[in-house]
Design a protein around this ligand. Structure first.
Ligand code: CO
Length: 134
C-alpha cells in the first residue's frame, strides 16, 4: 500500500529563520513561504534529491501545530508523509484494521494540491502519519 516517502515535516517557531538556515547554512533549495489557511500552517518546502522537507509555522489561532510547539518550543519533527495510489482504498483498509483517521475522515487537499489524510499517532507508534495520493 505504501509508496514513496513524500516528505518529513518539521514544525518550527520561526519560518523565516528556519528557511534561511536551510538555504544559507545547509545550502538547500528552499521555496517561498505558502500560506495554507485550511490547514492552519504556513509552509516552506526544502527540495532534496530523493524527498522533501516541509517546514511548518502556525497560521491563525486554531493551528494544529500550536500545541506541538508549546511542548517543543525549539521545534521538532511533526509528521512523515507517505504516498499511496488510492487514498480512499487506503483509508478503508486502515479503518477496517481499527486505525483512527484525524478530523472527519474525509481527505483534504494538501500542500501539493493532492488529497491527504492524517492517521492518529497513537496507532502508529507515536508518529503522526500523513498519507498523500500520489
Ligand atoms: Co505534510
Amino acid at each position: 500500500m505504501l509508496g514513496r516517502l513524500n516528505h518529513v515535516a518539521l514544525a518550527v517557531p520561526d519560518l523565516v529563520a528556519a528557511a534561511t538556515k536551510y538555504r544559507e547554512t545547509l545550502g538547500a533549495k528552499v521555496s517561498a513561504p505558502q500560506a495554507l489557511p485550511e490547514h492552519g500552517v504556513t509552509v516552506v518546502f526544502v527540495d532534496l534529491d530523493n524527498t522533501r522537507i516541509e517546514l511548518l509555522e502556525p497560521l491563525g489561532n486554531a493551528s494544529p501545530i500550536a500545541a506541538f510547539l508549546e511542548k517543543n518550543p525549539a521545534g521538532g519533527m511533526h509528521h512523515v508523509c507517505y504516498e499511496v495510489d488510492d487514498i480512499i482504498a487506503a483509508r478503508n483498509r486502515l479503518t477496517a484494521d481499527g486505525a483512527r483517521i484525524l478530523g472527519d475522515g474525509e481527505p483534504k487537499t494538501g500542500a501539493h494540491g493532492k488529497p491527504v489524510l492524517f492517521l492518529h499517532p497513537k496507532d502508529f507508534f507515536g508518529t503522526l502519519v500523513e498519507l498523500e495520493e500520489a
